[in-house]
Design a binder for this molecule. Structure first.
Ligand SMILES: [Zn+2]
Ligand SMILES: [Zn+2]
Length: 317
């Protein structure tokens, strides 16, 4: 009995100890796993954060680099050279700019970057162009591989269409913030057998892309608005007008959502001639009439453009 009692006492002690040890082991394993997990997640989030900062900085730079690469293509047009494929030309320009930026980031963050322009595309907004770039980075043992994208604004860039369409030998010139068509448009109209080419001698148009703030456009019929729009040289959105990328290629219209600008005539003539929206002059070729027959500087517009800009009726605009 006594021995049996001792046995059972011993069993209880052994059992309790075993439970305690197993319990301690489980707690140890749990604590160790937790510490390991926390450490790992710290390392991961730390390294992601490092790259995230660099990627964000690079993406922010892409907006300006994209715009610079478009401006280089525009300069090529103004130098009298054709841009046959604007996307390819801009990608080429951008890749050179990216190389310099990668070198700059090497010095700034001690990271090895390589990048390649994937695409340059029109967007839903004719004022923006979408850039996509493949960006790879390596720092120590860690690396990343990511596609970054940004919209770049084309506002403030020169309109390449008049030069790209008519070529520099036509005599079209750019100065004083304006395109001066001289006799280039009349010669073009003569060549295409269009009505009254002489009306477009000495015609002018805005040089730099500026977004018209009078939106909705029907407000151009309000007193003083059209005058200010023309004096400021604003451009307008147009489903029929060509986008900036197609303007670089000399296309007067394109399938993308685009821009239109008024080509202003300065003539006493009142003959029927082309409506002055640039996609009509360069591509669609239909006629319009002066809004004010007595004004040498009056716009020549067709009915649908008059409706779009609220220029119907007898108000003084
Ligand atoms: Zn306007
Ligand atoms: Zn286009």
């Amino acid at each position: 009995m006594k021995r049996k009692k001792l046995d059972s006492k011993g069993n209880i002690i052994v059992g309790t100890t075993a439970i305690l040890i197993v319990g301690l082991l489980i707690i140890c394993i749990f604590v160790l796993t937790s510490i390991n997990y926390i450490q790992n997640s710290n390392i991961n989030s730390e390294s992601n954060d490092n790259f995230k900062y660099i990627i964000d900085d690079y993406s922010a730079n892409l907006e300006l680099m994209g715009r610079d690469s478009i401006a280089e293509a525009t300069q090529k047009v103004y130098n009298g050279l054709p841009v046959l494929n604007s996307e390819d030309q801009i990608k080429k320009n951008l890749n050179n700019i990216l190389k310099e930026k990668n070198q700059e980031f090497k010095e700034k963050y001690n990271i090895d970057l390589s990048s390649e322009a994937i695409s340059v595309e029109p967007t839903d907004s004719p004022w923006k162009v979408l850039f996509k770039v493949k960006l790879k980075g390596k720092k120590g043992n860690e690396e990343f591989n990511q596609i970054i994208e940004r919209n770049s604004s084309i506002e403030g860039l020169r309109d390449p269409l008049p030069i790209a369409k008519l070529t520099i030998v036509s005599g079209v010139m750019a100065y004083d913030d304006e395109i001066h068509y001289k006799t280039a448009l009349s010669a073009y109209m003569l060549l295409h057998d269009l009505d009254s080419p002489e009306s477009y001698i000495e015609a002018t148009a805005p040089l730099n892309i500026k977004k018209c703030p009078y939106d909705p456009y029907i407000h151009h019929g309000d007193h003083g608005v059209l005058r200010d729009c023309l004096d400021s040289g604003y451009f307008h959105e147009s489903a029929d007008g060509s986008c900036y990328l197609c303007r670089l290629e000399g296309k007067g219209k394109c399938p993308h959502y685009g821009l239109e600008v008024f080509i202003q005539t300065h003539t006493p003539l009142n003959n029927e001639t082309l409506s002055c929206s640039d996609h009509v002059v360069f591509a669609d070729h239909y006629n319009g009439e002066k809004i004010d027959p007595d004004d040498w500087n009056s716009l020549i517009l067709d009915d649908s453009h008059r409706k779009k800009y609220g220029l119907v009726g007898n108000e003084s605009y």
